[in-house]
Design a protein around this ligand. Sequence first.
Ligand code: CDP
Ligand code: MG
Length: 140
Amino acid sequence: MATQRTFSIIKPDATARNLTGKINAKFEEQGLRVVAQKRMRLSRLQAREFYIVHKDRPFYDELVEYMVSGPVVVQVLEGDNAVLKNREIMGATDPAKAAPGTIRKEFGVDVGQNSVHGSDSSENAATEIAFFFSGIEIVG
Ligand code: CDP
Ligand code: MG
């Protein structure tokens, strides 16, 4: 598999507990490179738009409020098979069901406050990267 890029968010539950470095260590130790990164507060509009695919799910409003509740770190990760590899490093959505050693198992609070977002396909990765970063901000 050729080098690929994926989009990642370190979510408010993790930034609140000062876990940015520990989460980045998981990416780096397992072969992903942080090629763009910025810490920001999402606006409610940005959070609603970013998660628009979930607009009809019962957890949508709660998810949006959580994502604006504190700072996030948005990132572009690069490496072989980066989309799938990042999903493996993250672990299952529900930390209780995530495999040992994954970010969500080690750091996740519950199914909502699960410490990280990661793109689920290369198409969505491209859309999500473009939502937050311009080309000159990504340095591979
Ligand atoms: O993040 P992931 O792709 O693993 O899961 P998702 O199904 O795309 O859901 C997006 C996010 O919504 C999750 O990461 C959770 O933060 C939140 N969520 C929730 O609050 N309650 C659920 N039952 C499922 C997801
Ligand atoms: Mg998802």
